[in-house]
Ligand binder design. Sequence first.
Ligand SMILES: N[C@@H](CCC(=O)N[C@@H](CS)C(=O)NCC(=O)O)C(=O)O
Length: 219
Amino acid sequence: MAFGSINSYPNNPRVFKCQAVANLNGLTLEDAEFTMGVTNTTPEYLSKFPMGKTPTFSSADGLHLFESNAIAQYIAENGPAKDQLLGSTPAQRASIQQWVQMSEGEITSHAVTCFLPRVGIVPFNQATEDRAIASLERALGALERHLPGRTWLASEEKLSLADIAVASGLVWGFNLVLDQEICAKYPGVISWFHKVTESEGVKEAFGETKFVEKRQPPQ
Ligand SMILES: N[C@@H](CCC(=O)N[C@@H](CS)C(=O)NCC(=O)O)C(=O)O
């Protein structure tokens, strides 16, 4: 029996994160029937997920969650990889949370700014995109300073939810705007990203990340 179901459009990096955690815990997630802009505006959906956004999660025993990091945390709590993913001491758990929260506020939100005009949801604005790329580079710089001497972001021995969340935040960035010229400045981040996304359980969820050669404004 599936552990729960996810509502989302296809190829959503926020779902890759949840699926990777499920894989590491040996849990199955189902894809619910979902059409963006339709399903998430229905009274039934809004009664369970009041923001009307995606991804959302319903567990087999009736828990409904929105916010992808809360979903990933809940899935992480429910299996043998719990301590690896979330930490087993207060210090480890706080360090992992630090990166999980950083991934949404400092990475994913700026990557989304670059994604939306490319799928026609908002008009393209060069100044807005430049600010988003500068913010993404600030986060890349932080990661590049943090990684030397480390294999994983938050725990010494093993990949944790910190690595999975930050890597998922970077996917749209690498797909769309963090091109070869930018990536060349952050070799430590690129090598860590490959290590995360080639790890057992993560690679099946993320698939192959396409890196943009030269960023272009949307056509
Ligand atoms: N912080 C939320 C962000 C969710 C989010 O903004 N989802 C977008 C799609 S990527 C959405 O549903 N947008 C629809 C809307 O804003 O109405 C999370 O991590 O789940």
